[in-house]
Design a binder for this molecule. Structure first.
Ligand SMILES: Cc1cn([C@H]2C[C@H](O)[C@@H](COP(=O)(O)OP(=O)(O)O[C@H]3O[C@H](C)C(=O)[C@H](O)[C@H]3O)O2)c(=O)[nH]c1=O
Length: 757
C-alpha cells in the first residue's frame, strides 16, 4: 500500500477530528453542569433535610423532562438541522444551575433540575447526530468521542463538587457558569460548521440510506435495545445517585471522600465509552453489547462483599465494562432505522435519561424503607437482562464494520446501481471516495445522497471518453485505487444501439487504463495501487441445464453488451501483462436490490405490478439467472480490492439460481402479502416476444472467492427480494421521477435492423 493508503487523507481526517473534538468538548461542559445535580445531593440533604425518596424525585424531575422532550427534538432534527440547538441547550442548563445555586426551597430545586433536563434534551440528540454526520462512517468511534465528553463531564462534576461545592456551599455553583459560558462560545463554532455544510434533501437522504429489515423485526430489535438502555442507565444512574450515601454508610467516608469515589465510578465510565465505539467498529457493535452487559454481572454481584479498596477496584471495572455498551447500542439502533438518526437518538437519550430517573425515584423510596444496601442488591441483577441480545439481528451491522486499512478510491459509475452501493459501503467503512460519473440516463445522484455531505466523499462529473478530464481528476485526487464500474449495462439497449456500448465500455475502459497507467507511473509505481475492473458473467456465454462458470471458462460473449465487456476484460488483462499495471478483475452474476434502475427485470416487475400493468416475461420465462444482492456484491468488491491477488480474476455469484418465471412469481407473492390489491399479482404476467440471442442460463461457481478470500453472500434470494420489494414500496420518491426517463416502461431490444450511419 502507498504511504497514503494506511490512513485517511490529512484534510478529511482533520475536519473529522476537529468536529468530533468540538462536539465532545461541548458535551463535557454540558454534562459537568448536569452532573452537579446529583453531586450536590449531600449538601441538599443537609440543608433541606431531604429523604432518599425526595432526592430520587429530584433526579426524576430532571430526567423525566429530558426524556419526554428528546424524541421530539430528534424528529425535528431529522427534518432540518437545528443550528441553535446546541447553544440553546447549554443556555437552559446554565439557567438551571443558577436556579439550583440560589434555590431557597425544595420546589425551586425541582425547577432548577427540570431546566437542566430541558437543556440536556435539546443538546444530546443534535450533538450525537452531528458527531455521526462528521464521522466518515466510523459511527462507533464518533459516538465514543461524543460520549466520552459527557462521561468526562460527569466524572469531573463530583470532583469539582468535592473541592468547590462541598467546602464552599451551593453558591459556588456559580463558578461553573463561567466555564459554561466558554463552552457556549465553542459550541457556536460547531453549530456554525453544521449550518454551513452541504445538506442533501432530507427525503432523498432517507431514500438513499439502503434497506431495512421487515418492520416487525426492526420493532422487536428496538424494543430489546430499549431494554438494554434501561438496564445500563437504571443501573448506572441509580448507582451514581446513591453512591455517595452508600459509601458514606458502608465505609464511614466523608462527603468529600464519597465524591472522590463517585469520580472513580464515573471516570471509569468515561474510559468505557471511549473504548466501546472503536472496538465496536472493529468487531461489530453486537459483540460489544454482549460482552459489556453480560460481563458486568459477576463484578456487580461481588460489590456488596468487597472491602473499601476492593470496592474501588470493582467500581473501576464495572464503570468501564458497562459504559462500553452505550456507543454500540446507539450505533446498532441507528443502523436499524436508516435515515432516522435524529429520532433514534432522541428516543434513546430520552430512554436513557427517563429510565435512569424513574429507577432513581423508585429506588429512593425503597432505600428509605429497606436501606441503601438493599438497593444495591437489586441493581446488581439488572445486567442479567443482557441475555435479550440473542434476539438482535446480526446482519444489520455487518456492512458497517470497518475492514482493513482505509484507502482513497476513484469509483467510476458511482451514481449507478452497483457503483452507488460500493460508494455507500466504502464511505461507511472509512474509505475516501471520489465518484466519477457521466450522469447518463441510468445515473442518479440520489443514490449517494446519504454520503453526499461526508468529508470522505467527492463527486466529479466526467465522461470516460474524455481522456483529458480523466488525467485531470487522477492528478487532482491521487487515488490509491481505481474501481471501474462505469459502463453501459442493459442488454436490451445494446441490441437497439450497440455504438454507445463500444464507446463507453471499450474505448472508455481503454482511456481509463491509459490515464490510470500514467497516474501510477507519476506516483512511482506504488506497490499498493490497484485497477479493479468490474465485469459480468455474460462474457462466458450461455450454459445448458448443467455446469457453472469458473474463472477458467473460455470467453464466449453473445450479445453486443457482453462482447464489449469481454473486450474491456481483455484490455485490462493486456495492460497487466504488457505494462505491469496491478489489476484485479471480477465477473458477477445478475444483481438486484435497492436503487435498481427501472429497466431491469426485478424493478420492472415490482413497478408494473404496483401500477397494475402487464409484467413482461420474455419467451417462456425459462431462462435462468444467478441472483446476487447488490449490497453483498459491493462487500465482495471491497474484499477483492483489499485482499485479491494482483492479475487474478474472481467470479462473484449469489448462489441463488432461479428461472425468470419463478423469480417473477416470488415477487408477485411478496407484493400480494405486502401490498394486497384486487387479485393476485400473478394475473398480470404476460409472456412476450423473446430477446434476440437470449442466453439460456448463467450460473457462477464461487469457489475461488469463497476459498481464497473467505467471502460468501449473506442473504437468500427470498430474503433479498423481500428487502427489495419493501424498499421500493417505501421509496416512491426515488423511483417516481425515473419513470419519465428515456426508454423506461418501453419494450427495448427488439430492433434487429441496423441503425443508419
Ligand atoms: C427487462 C426484462 C428482462 N427479462 C428477462 C431477460 C433475462 O433473462 C432476465 C434478466 O434480464 P435483465 O435485463 O434484468 O438482466 P440481464 O440481461 O440478465 O443482464 C443483467 O445481468 C448481467 C449479469 C449484466 O452484466 C447486465 O449488465 C445486467 O443488465 O429477465 C424479462 O423476461 N422481462 C423483462 O422485462
Amino acid at each position: 500500500m502507498t504511504a497514503a493508503t494506511g490512513g485517511l487523507r490529512a484534510s478529511a481526517q482533520a475536519t473529522v477530528w476537529a468536529v468530533l473534538g468540538g462536539v465532545a468538548l461541548c458535551h463535557c461542559i454540558n454534562d459537568i453542569m448536569q452532573s452537579l445535580v446529583s453531586a450536590i445531593y449531600p449538601l441538599l440533604e443537609e440543608e433541606f433535610r431531604l429523604s432518599y425518596a425526595q432526592i430520587g424525585f429530584l433526579t426524576f424531575a430532571f430526567t423525566v423532562t429530558a426524556s419526554l422532550l428528546q424524541p421530539f427534538v430528534g424528529v425535528v432534527t431529522d427534518k432540518r438541522p437545528l443550528p441553535l440547538a446546541l447553544p440553546l441547550g447549554m443556555a437552559s442548563t446554565l439557567v438551571g444551575i443558577v436556579v439550583l445555586a440560589k434555590a431557597p426551597s425544595y420546589p425551586v430545586l425541582i425547577l432548577g433540575a427540570m431546566l437542566i433536563g430541558v437543556g440536556s434534551s435539546i443538546f444530546h440528540p443534535e450533538a450525537s447526530r452531528i458527531a455521526r454526520a462528521a464521522s466518515g462512517g466510523r459511527y462507533g468511534t464518533a459516538q465514543s468521542v461524543f460520549q466520552v465528553g459527557g462521561n468526562v463531564g460527569h466524572a469531573v462534576g463530583p470532583l469539582l463538587a468535592a473541592f468547590i461545592v462541598a467546602p464552599f456551599g451551593r453558591p459556588s455553583l456559580m463558578f461553573f457558569t463561567i466555564g459554561a459560558a466558554l463552552g457556549i462560545a465553542i459550541l457556536w463554532r460547531v453549530a456554525e460548521w453544521h449550518r454551513t455544510r452541504p445538506k442533501p434533501a432530507a427525503r432523498a437522504a432517507r431514500a438513499a440510506e439502503g434497506t431495512a429489515l421487515p418492520k416487525g423485526r426492526v420493532l422487536g430489535a428496538l424494543v430489546v435495545l430499549g431494554i438494554l438502555v434501561f438496564t445500563k442507565n437504571a443501573y448506572t444512574s441509580s448507582l451514581s445517585s446513591f453512591y455517595t450515601f452508600y459509601v458514606i454508610e458502608r465505609f464511614g467516608l466523608t462527603a468529600q471522600q464519597s465524591q472522590l469515589m463517585l469520580f472513580v465510578f464515573l471516570g471509569a465510565m468515561a474510559l468505557g465509552v471511549m473504548v466501546g465505539g472503536p472496538i465496536g467498529d472493529r468487531i461489530g457493535p453486537l459483540a460489544v453489547i454482549w460482552v459489556s452487559i453480560l460481563g458486568v454481572l459477576p463484578f456487580t454481584l461481588m460489590l456488596p462483599y468487597a472491602n473499601l479498596w476492593g470496592s474501588v477496584a470493582l467500581t473501576l471495572v464495572i464503570g468501564i465494562v458497562i459504559a462500553s455498551a452505550f456507543p454500540a447500542i446507539l450505533v446498532f439502533a441507528q443502523e436499524l432505522v436508516p435515515g432516522r438518526v435524529g429520532l433514534i437518538n432522541g428516543i434513546f437519550f430520552g430512554l436513557a435519561f427517563g429510565m435512569g430517573g424513574l429507577a432513581a425515584a423508585a429506588l429512593g423510596a425503597l432505600a428509605d424503607a429497606h436501606g441503601i444496601e438493599f438497593v444495591y442488591r437489586i441493581c446488581a441483577w439488572l445486567p442479567a437482562l443482557g441475555v435479550l441480545t440473542i434476539f438482535l439481528p446480526r446482519g444489520v451491522v455487518r456492512a458497517h464494520r470497518a475492514v482493513g486499512p482505509t484507502m482513497k478510491l476513484l469509483v467510476t459509475g458511482g451514481a449507478g446501481f452497483i457503483g452507488s452501493a460500493v460508494v455507500r459501503l466504502a464511505v461507511s467503512r472509512g474509505h475516501e471516495v471520489v465518484n466519477l460519473d457521466a450522469l447518463t440516463y441510468a445515473a442518479n445522484l440520489a443514490n449517494v445522497a446519504s454520503v453526499g455531505s461526508s468529508p470522505l466523499y467527492a463527486f466529479e462529473h466526467a465522461d470516460l471518453r474524455d481522456r483529458g478530464a480523466l488525467d485531470r481528476i487522477l492528478a487532482a485526487h491521487r487515488p490509491d485505487a481505481v474501481l471501474h464500474l462505469a459502463a453501459e449495462s442493459h442488454v436490451d439497449r445494446s441490441i437497439d444501439g450497440p455504438g454507445a456500448f463500444v464507446e463507453t465500455n471499450v474505448l472508455g475502459t481503454f482511456n481509463l487504463l491509459e490515464a490510470a497507467r500514467a497516474h501510477w507511473l507519476r506516483e512511482g509505481r506504488p506497490e499498493g495501487f490497484r485497477f479493479h475492473h468490474v465485469s459480468t458473467d455474460e462474457v462466458f456465454g450461455s450454459l445448458g441445464v448443467a455446469g457453472q462458470f469458473t474463472e477458467e471458462t473460455p470467453y464466449d460473449p453473445r450479445s453486443p453488451y457482453s462482447a464489449t465487456k469481454a473486450a474491456s476484460d481483455h484490455l485490462v488483462r493486456a495492460w497487466h501483462e504488457t505494462y505491469g499495471l496491478p489489476v484485479l478483475l471480477t465477473n458477477c452474476s445478475n444483481n438486484y436490490g435497492p436503487f435498481h434502475f427501472p429497466e431491469k427485470l426485478v424493478p420492472v416487475v415490482i413497478l408494473n405490478a404496483l401500477h397494475g400493468r402487464p409484467i413482461p416475461v420474455y419467451g417462456k420465462g425459462e431462462n435462468v439467472r444467478d441472483w446476487l444482492y447488490v449490497e453483498d456484491h459491493a462487500d465482495a468488491l471491497l474484499t477483492v480490492l483489499e485482499r485479491g491477488e494482483v492479475g487474478r480474476s474472481y467470479n462473484i455469484g449469489g448462489e441463488n439460481e432461479a428461472r425468470n418465471i419463478d423469480l417473477v412469481r416470488v415477487i408477485c407473492r411478496l407484493l400480494d402479502e405486502m401490498r394486497p390489491e384486487g387479485g393476485p399479482h400473478e394475473r398480470l404476467i404476460a409472456f412476450v416476444q423473446d430477446r434476440p440471442g437470449h442466453d439460456a442460463r448463467y450460473a457462477i461457481d464461487p469457489s475461488r472467492i469463497r476459498e481464497e478470500l473467505g467471502w460468501r453472500p449473506s442473504v437468500t434470494l427470498e430474503e433479498g427480494l423481500r428487502r427489495t420489494v419493501d424498499w421500493y414500496l417505501r421509496n416512491e420518491d426515488w423511483w417516481r421521477p425515473l419513470l419519465s426517463r428515456e426508454g423506461v416502461g418501453q419494450r427495448l431490444g427488439t430492433a434487429v435492423e441496423p441503425v443508419a450511419g
